[in-house]
Design a protein around this ligand. Structure first.
Ligand code: NDP
Length: 400
């Protein structure tokens, strides 16, 4: 049916690419383009022969708009799926605009030198994308991503008005290392060491990092400590879910992770301020990334499950009601299927589905849109079909 250009070839991209290859009726052709082309070639080598999808590869520096434009003009994809880092979102959006090509990503733009997590930069492209007649689908991972689709689904089918959303992200997996991150360490540590915040009564409430802690008993995992974090989908859901009073995001962390993170913070290793080292400028966090285990290498070692979902409270026909939508994903099963752990899997599958929604025209809305702005039903069906079946309950245990 069409052709996708996938930019990036790391942990998340690898899963999305496996899934595109399983879905060759839609993804007749993919081009994998990244900074290190040998990774793209190795994945192509592994997959071709197992799929009808035609695979090509290319080298690209996604910080360079002209290079991206030249690549898009050469490949002529129907969609560009951005699975590089959040730093490249704007250059890739610029290239999509110049070539009138649809755009999909899984994380909001972040300037490399400031830990600032907001959609303002990407929302500033709304009119330009609308005028160009192309769709930008923002945040098509799990969180953001499936959490937004869950919210749209709950609003469409379960509630007249949603007042409270608690997003719970639990990773009950154990990789056996004292400290490692499940996706890109630099992006992950920037996120978890930032101040926390939640949305309440029309404004942000800021907290110290990891200040708010709760315990929750997750199906498939058990009792876990979880901490309130700022997370980007709160910003878009606050706009797109009418009647909302409060949105919070909680993520589970083990004690070993928190202890290591605290030590690393205390000695300045998580800083993004450049320092001089042996006459060369380095950024401590980037150096730390270089010495930590590559998340892609965690696949064969990780055991246990993830459980990610949203608890909604609101009203239907004048009555108060609660509703919990969630997915449980098994690290070892993911590894058996695509050679990756569940955090990459739960992001890569929705990335493929988002690209499929746009490519097949099921989701086609010129402009720049967050995922909850689209009809959730075809995406929810696709989650069941492509490896992330969801569960629901109307009697969840609430966080507080
Ligand atoms: P990785 O670090 O594993 O992969 C990033 C890839 O992008 C690498 O292949 C890297 O190339 C490539 N890349 C980086 N810079 C450039 C550049 N300038 N030009 C071309 N390619 C580049 O990251 P992950 O796979 O863990 O994460 C990918 C994205 O997914 C991130 O944006 C992350 O925030 C997002 N994410 C979203 C989640 C969600 O639920 N929404 C959850 C987890 C992650 P090289 O091999 O040379 O380093």
């Amino acid at each position: 049916m069409g052709k996708a250009l996938i930019i990036g070839c790391g942990g998340v991209a690898s899963v999305a690419i496996h899934k595109c290859c399983q879905n060759s009726e839609v993804f007749e052709e993919i081009c994998i383009a990244s900074r290190t082309v040998s990774k793209c070639d190795a994945l192509k080598e592994k997959l071709q022969g197992t799929t009808k999808t035609k695979i090509t590869t290319a080298q690209v520096n996604a910080d360079n708009v002209d290079e991206l434009i030249a690549l898009i003009n050469e490949v002529k994809p129907d969609v560009v799926l951005n699975l590089a880092l959040p730093y490249q979102d704007l250059t890739i959006m610029d290239a999509c605009l110049a070539t009138k090509t649809h755009y999909i990503d899984t994380a909001n733009y972040e300037p490399e030198d400031t830990a600032k997590f907001e959609y303002s930069w990407q929302w500033a492209y709304r009119e330009k994308f609308e005028e160009a007649g192309i769709t930008a689908l923002l945040g098509s991972g799990f969180d953001p991503g499936v959490t937004g689709v869950f919210s749209a689904y709950a609003l469409k089918h379960e509630f007249d008005e949603i007042n409270y959303i608690d997003i719970l992200d639990c990773n009950g997996g154990d990789h056996g290392y004292p400290f490692a991150t499940n996706f890109n360490p630099e992006i992950n540590i920037r996120e978890v060491s930032a101040k926390g915040s939640y949305w309440e009564d029309g404004h942000w409430v800021e907290t110290e990092p990891m200040e708010i802690k709760r315990e929750y008993n997750f199906e498939g995992v058990g009792e876990k400590d979880m901490y309130l974090l700022h997370h980007e989908e709160i910003e878009s859901l606050a706009l797109n879910i009418p009647g909302i009073k409060r949105i919070r995001f909680f993520m589970t962390f083990g004690q070993s992770y928190l202890t290591h993170l605290k030590c690393l913070e205390n000695v300045g290793m998580t800083s993004i301020e450049p320092i001089m080292y042996e006459g060369k400028e380095i950024i401590p966090l980037q150096f730390l990334k270089a010495v930590l285990p590559d998340p892609a290498s965690l696949g064969p070692r990780t055991k246990g499950k993830t459980n990610i979902g949203c608890i909604f409270q609101g009203k239907k026909d004048g009555k108060e009601k609660t509703y919990y939508l969630y997915n449980i994903c098994d690290h070892e099963e993911c590894y058996k299927e695509v050679g990756s752990q569940a955090v990459a899997y739960t992001t890569g599958v929705p990335a493929m589905i988002g690209a499929m929604m746009v490519m097949t025209g099921k989701w086609n809305k010129p402009g720049v849109h967050n995922i909850e702005e689209f009809d959730p039903d075809p995406f929810m069906d696709a989650l069941n079909k492509w490896g992330l079946p969801w569960k629901e309950t109307h009697t969840p245990v609430l966080v507080d």
